[in-house]
Design a protein around this ligand. Structure first.
Ligand code: HT7
Ligand code: ZN
Length: 853
């Protein structure tokens, strides 16, 4: 199997100016007639991509071609003498009902739905299925209106008519040229919510949500979030919507979160539907953020798109950055930053250390679906954030405006983006570009030297990026390092931005009143690892005094890392310094104004965060230390925990920043209290008194972790009350799968027999097995390998149904190098078994083969 390389990019030989599609919908035999107006751009062959298609007919300029005039392979169609311009008509037959991969056109739960990014359009018709071929699409959908009342596609509805045979024909036209990956078609019966929005340019836009029958009341929050996102993009970046309609369809069968098809977003229903009885605070947050993300793609992705898939971060890194800025403005900037940094430090740093390591602009790809990664998305967003730090907000906004104006309607590269930033600001970004081509996590070490006589502080920074699986040689990067200088004598703190652009560099500060305590990497100003030799007192001082909430949280993370590392080295339990207990007591007795930050300050890093600091990972020691430390804290802080818990009275449920913080802190206290003598009583009472899903789930998780006797009863009650709502059942599945005891294996087996479970539904499979592998470290990483073997079995089964899903599920099995010898052997054996499967998908093949020694 041959990977594609960025270095081999060639511009398209033919462009397509117009793409007219006619769909005659049928569950097992949908006929697609594609009429493509093509134009030669350079000498070469007319080669179209196609997969799993039944070709019925090819016509070139009104003449049906004979078999000798074209050649067909399993993946392509070549037209031998197309000429320089012409019209090609291709008729294909599809089987949407059998399409369980959920790419191309599929039929699930009575809804026809497409997913074309990255390379799904080639499962609909033969086409130059690449993002740099932009055409104007007209789509006709023919179907039986009684069965499928809503027939939707991109752009504006042009016409709707009854055909003589009783079927209905609806025609859509999208005036904006677009690549095939942004094409969408949806047909089904829905509840329909509509509203209007007037843009800053005076356009009245019809906003429409199409959701499963009976779910209308659960789509209001998403509609309001959409309007907030539209307003925000106008105010922050001056970007307004450009069509008269914006449609969002929610479906339960979907491989990812959502898809930004022009004018017709398709969403995983989990990221649309919410009400106060079924959604958690996190659900509401995710809905607003993903609604924003897909909407923001209309400019960063759709109006200006990617030249090739290696440039994916051009649209994804930038759009994640935009959605993060939106969420920060809608809620707490500190909490948003903490959440984003957790993703980088756990998942992204782990990816850099894995066989799948790649730069944010990968250089070679076998299966594109494997590159929708935390590196491309989240590290990509960090790279954009660094640009904003270097250029300032005004400079960054000017750069974005220049980029969008210069490239509107084009398919471009990451280099084009950086060039626009440079041209708009005059800032030389040549050296900065290395962030796009170099993989790996830079490691920074720092030294401080203070001359008391002159008040001069000298900071020495050194950077080094360890080799990664894909790249041995690493060069220095441009790294913005934000710092804060804290003074004990009450002098005002100082903030500075250091720009490190070589291997070792010194920075000097004069006339300081005294030796400062330096807060490093404030706001996580670069996606790097930075180590200091601070002792626990210094870290607790930063946690108590830094002016920046993020820095306070970060100091606590470093504190725990240090304490736990010492404990692991000594094979002992951590010694909790009195100063820590004093700080915790203080936060519990007098919480900060930001309750959510207080909750974060009181939270231990999780297993994955700690594990990122070790090679090999001392799995058993870390799990034991985490459990024991929680118990030690519960015991030592019982009166304060109780006091804080009781003081926080829960108001009627409302999703607001203040109430989210209140619940977070109260539930953090509950988590500790669950481990105390009265834990069972308290958790049960919390569950029974809860008026919202956040508190209910906190009680269930606490019950399970502390192993309280009533846990089973509470779980059964929860399942019974919520069996009608699949999204709440997914939460139930999550809790069952996170059970850290041996009984989890039987419980998982039972879940797959649950009437709500289906192997074909990615949400259900993720809710059970994704949760098991990612939220149940004790059982997943069992010494006897039973957890690994279960996941390998599931991946094998799922690969035959949905390769994209299988390739995502396998991730925790790939990084065998991170574990001890025993676990390594088990993982390698399972990977070898997977590699020998006769029908392995490209998705799994790429990952398994990269991982194997
Ligand atoms: N641009 C989309 C990426 C995507 C996707 C979405 C749904 C199903 C399969 C998919 N493959 C790729 C989502 C986004 O980043 O907005
Ligand atoms: Zn995106």
């Amino acid at each position: 199997r041959q990977p594609k390389r960025l270095a081999d990019y060639q511009a398209p030989i033919f462009s397509i100016t117009h793409t007219d599609l006619v769909f005659e919908l049928d569950a097992t035999a949908t006929r697609v007639t594609a009429t493509l107006t093509f134009k030669r751009q350079q000498p070469g062959r007319l080669l179209l991509e196609g997969q799993q298609l039944k070709l019925e007919r090819v016509r070139l300029n009104d003449r049906v071609l004979t078999a000798a005039e074209f050649a067909q392979t399993a993946e392509s169609l070549e037209i031998f003498a197309p000429g320089d311009t012409g019209v090609l008509e291709i008729v294909t037959l599809l089987n949407p009902e059998q399409n369980t991969a959920l790419e191309g056109l599929y039929l699930a739960e009575g809804v026809y739905c497409t997913q074309c990014e990255a390379e799904g359009f080639r499962r609909i018709t033969y086409y130059p299925d690449r993002p740099d071929v932009l055409a104007v699409f007209t789509t006709t959908i023919i179907a039986n209106r009684n069965e499928l009342p809503f027939l939707l596609s991109n752009g504006n509805k042009v016409r709707e008519s009854r055909l003589p045979d009783g079927r209905t024909e609806v025609v859509w036209h999208d005036p904006y040229p677009k690549p095939s990956y942004l094409f969408a078609l949806v047909a089904g019966d829905f509840d329909h919510l509509h509203d209007t929005y007037v843009t800053s340019t005076g356009r009245e836009v019809l906003l429409e949500f199409f959701v499963q029958k009976g779910a209308l009341a659960r789509s209001h929050f998403a509609m309001a979030a959409l309007k907030r996102a539209m307003r925000w993009d106008e105010q922050r970046f001056g970007l307004a919507y450009d069509l008269d309609r914006y449609m969002v369809v929610a479906v339960d069968f979907f491989n990812m979160g959502a898809m930004e098809n022009k004018g017709l977003n398709v969403f995983n229903s989990k990221f649309v539907l919410a009400d106060d009885t079924s959604a958690t605070d996190t659900d509401y947050f995710n809905i607003e953020s993903i609604i924003g993300h897909e909407y923001f793609h209309n400019w960063t992705g759709n109006r200006v798109t990617c030249r090739d898939w290696f440039q994916l971060s051009l649209k994804e890194g930038l759009t994640v950055f935009r959605d993060q800025e939106f969420s920060a403005d809608m809620g707490s900037p500190t909490l948003n930053r903490i959440d984003a940094v957790k993703v980088i430090r756990t998942a992204q740093f782990a990816e850099d250390a894995s066989p799948m390591a790649h730069p944010i602009r990968p250089e070679q790809v076998l299966e594109m679906n494997n590159f929708y990664t935390v590196t491309v998305y989240d590290k990509g967003a960090e790279v954009i954030r660094m640009l904003q730090t270097l250029l300032g907000k005004a400079g960054f906004n000017a750069g974005l405006a220049c980029y969008l104006q210069r490239h509107d309607g084009q398919a471009v590269t990451c280099d084009d983006f950086v060039q626009a930033m440079q041209d708009a600001t005059g800032y030389d970004l040549q050296a900065f570009r290395r962030w796009y081509s170099q993989s790996g996590t830079p490691e920074l070490s720092v030294k401080e030297q203070f001359d008391a006589a002159t008040g001069k502080l000298t900071l020495t920074l050194a950077q080094q990026t360890p080799a990664t699986a894909d790249q041995q040689e690493k060069l220095p990067l441009v790294i913005p390092v934000k710092i804060e200088l804290l003074f004990h004598d009450g002098s005002a703190a100082q903030q500075h931005l250091l720009i490190l652009d070589s291997s070792v560099q010194q920075f000097q500060f004069d006339n300081l009143p005294q030796a400062p305590l330096v807060v490093w990497l404030e706001d996580f100003s670069a996606p790097v690892k930075l180590s200091t030799d601070y002792d626990v007192e210094q870290l607790l001082a930063i946690a108590s005094r830094a002016s920046n909430g993020f820095a306070r949280w970060d100091a606590m993370q470093q504190f725990w890392h240090k304490i736990i590392k010492d404990a692991v080295q000594q094979s002992a339990l951590p010694v909790l310094p009195e100063a820590l207990l004093t700080a915790f007591r203080q936060w519990l007795i007098t919480p900060l104004a930001d309750l959510a930050l207080t909750a974060e300050l009181l939270t231990l890093p999780d297993f994955d965060t700690l594990a990122a600091h070790y090679a090999p990972i001392p799995v058993d020691a870390l799990l034991n230390i985490l459990q024991e430390t929680t118990q030690l804290l519960s015991k030592a802080l019982l009166p304060e925990l109780l006091g804080c818990y009781q003081q926080l009275t829960t108001p009627a449920y409302h999703y607001s920043e203040a109430d989210v913080g209140l619940r977070a802190l109260k539930n953090r206290c509950l988590h500790y209290l669950a481990f105390t003598a009265e834990g069972a009583k308290r958790v049960t009472a919390h569950y029974q008194a809860a008026n919202n899903m956040t508190d209910i789930l906190a009680a269930l998780h606490a019950a399970q972790h502390a192993n309280i006797a009533q846990a089973g009863e509470l779980m059964a009650d929860f399942a019974k009350r919520n069996e009608a709502n699949v999204h709440v059942m997914d939460k139930y599945f999550n809790v069952v799968a996170a059970n850290p005891r041996d009984s989890v294996f039987d419980a998982l087996e039972k879940l797959t027999a649950h009437p709500v479970f289906s192997w074909k539904n990615p949400n259900r499979v993720r809710a059970v097995y994704g949760a098991f592998s990612q939220r149940n470290a004790p059982q997943f990483h069992r010494k006897d390998g039973k957890g690994y073997a279960l996941l390998a079995e599931v991946v094998t089964k799922v690969d035959a149904i949905n390769p994209q899903l299988a390739a995502r599920l396998i991730t925790p099995l790939l990084s065998w190098q991170r574990y001890d010898d025993g676990r390594q052997q088990q993982l390698i054996m399972l990977l070898r078994e997977l590699a020998s499967l006769p029908m392995l998908s490209d998705d799994l093949y790429e990952k398994v083969h990269k991982s194997l020694p």
